[in-house]
Design a protein around this ligand. Structure first.
Ligand code: UD1
Ligand code: CA
Length: 449
């Protein structure tokens, strides 16, 4: 049997001091809430309901496919769950409760947690961990025999309770109907005047139900993000986890400490990542590539055996065996193919390029295969109002320092003489010379004397 999930994400995130709702802040290049949803799904969750409130419209916009319940006023985590009651009237199984601000949790942990809850026949199970510094978390208070007694929030804890390092991870499994029943009984008589979800555990226990604690020995999985400092801590843990996962799968990461790879990036076997490199978003890299040093790739698709150094490439495609850099900027909508070298100091935008050895600006251009752009070639794509395209056929050779003023077509096999400013189409296999002729003055120097 499987379970349904509710994710609490209505809080304002006051301690973040941000205009953005807390759960939309990114770790590993992905919003916190997305990490939590993905973990639930991979653990086998049948359905996820997200409770939203503060910044609800923004959250909805970012998660168009998700199912939501609205908590108009944020009266506490217990209240947050109760507003979703209507959504679970027909649910007979278990309900996993997660917080949108614990993005480091994995599907594997949640699956083990649910399995234990299920097998033990508990009405409620809470996930706990020993934290080196438990400040801010709710503490697990145990009975003399070690069984669960209650959870006490940091702000309500006595000095003795504050010394407890076993914390409530904010992750629970409940018998769905027993939970909603218990929630009708919770009160808000505490330091924050809130309806605390953890109080539902005590209510169930007092009613004679079995309440269990599942302890994880990896406290990096349960880190809750309340502040920017904790956000940075989470980022570091996630980055380390990603780098290790890639290395386990046959990617060489020369210096994991200075390599920043987002959670969803895919990298093929025997690719080497050099230091000071950022690989972001949904980037996919093939096998046997050499990436970096000092390179930033965002939402890129990169083939096999590609080499890129000291460059920035985004939202574009680089095909097999391209060698690129130093100092190349590939801008969105570009495609580089054909086993070519892309330069020093080259910028390509929204077009296709082949051989661009140095100092080129190629924007809004469709270029065929086997072309060679001389040093300083520029596609003049903008007249101050509109952008225009340059079309270049196959095997075109453009001499150094040429301007191709768009809209213009240089057909296959054509040549453009160095220093030309081409404003008219160049037919197939023609040579275009578009500059004034040189004259040599034989007697000029004598006259000057
Ligand atoms: C909560 C737990 C604490 C636990 C910690 C783990 C309570 C009372 N405390 O504390 O025991 O150790 O998480 O990280 O549950 N939220 C709502 N509506 C609300 C209030 C909160 O949806 O009215 C959401 C928040 O958006 C957040 C989550 O619930 O995603 C947790 O709320 P937060 O205020 O961060 O609780 P903590 O103080 O961290
Ligand atoms: Ca929290």
């Amino acid at each position: 049997m499987n379970f349904e999930t509710i994710i609490l994400a209505a809080g304002k995130g006051t301690r973040m001091k941000s205009k953005l709702p807390k759960v939309l802040h990114k770790v590993g290049g992905k919003p916190m809430l997305q990490h939590v949803i993905d973990a639930a799904k991979s653990a086998g969750s049948e359905r996820e309901v997200v409770v939203i409130g503060s910044g609800a419209e923004l959250v909805k916009e970012k998660f168009p496919g998700a199912e939501f319940a609205l908590q108009a006023e944020q009266l506490g985590t217990g209240h947050a769950v109760s507003v979703a009651k209507e959504k679970f009237l027909n649910s007979t199984g278990a309900l996993l409760v997660l917080c949108g601000d614990t993005p480091l949790v994995t599907g594997e942990l949640l699956k083990n947690f649910f399995d234990v809850h299920q097998k033990s026949g508990f009405a409620a199970t809470v996930l706990s961990a020993e934290m080196p510094d438990a400040t801010g978390y709710g503490r697990i208070v145990r009975e003399g025999d070690g069984s669960f007694k209650k959870i006490v929030e940091h702000k309500d804890a006595t000095d003795a309770e504050k010394k407890i390092r076993e914390i409530n991870a904010g992750i629970y499994c409940f018998d769905t109907q027993k939970l909603f029943d218990a929630l009708t009984k919770i009160k808000n008589e505490n330091a924050q005047g809130e309806y605390y979800l953890p109080d539902a555990l005590t209510i169930l226990k007092d009613a004679g139900e079995k309440v269990g604690v599942f302890v994880t020995n990896d406290c990096t999985l349960t880190l809750g993000i309340n502040s920017r400092v904790q956000l940075a801590d989470a980022e570091k843990i996630l980055r380390r986890r990603k780098n290790f996962e890639l290395m386990e799968n046959g990617v060489t990461v020369i210096d994991p400490e200075s390599t920043f790879i987002d959670a969803e990036v895919e990298i093929g076997q025997d690719t080497i990542i050099y230091p000071h490199t950022y690989i972001e978003g949904k980037t996919k890299i093939g096998e046997g590539c050499e990436i970096g040093p000092e390179t930033r790739l965002t939402d890129m698709t990169i083939g096999n055996e590609v080499k890129i150094q000291f460059s920035y490439c985004h939202e574009s495609e680089i095909c097999d065996s391209v060698v690129m850099g130093p100092y190349v900027h590939i801008r969105p909508g570009s495609k580089i193919s054909g086993k070519v070298k892309i330069g020093n100091f080259v910028e390509v935008k929204n077009g296709e390029g082949s051989k661009l050895p140095h100092l080129q600006y190629i924007g809004d251009c469709d270029m065929g295969a086997g072309c060679n752009m001389g040093c300083g070639t520029i596609t003049v794509n903008y007249d101050g109002k509109k952008k225009f395209r340059t079309v270049i056929g196959d095997n075109v050779f453009v001499g150094c320092n040429s301007n191709l003023v768009a809209p213009v077509t240089v057909e296959s096999g054509a040549y453009v003489a160095a220093g030309s400013t081409v404003t008219e189409n160049v037919p197939e296999n023609n040579l275009a010379i578009a500059r004034s002729r040189q004259t040599n003055k034989t007697t000029w120097k004598d006259k000057r004397k």
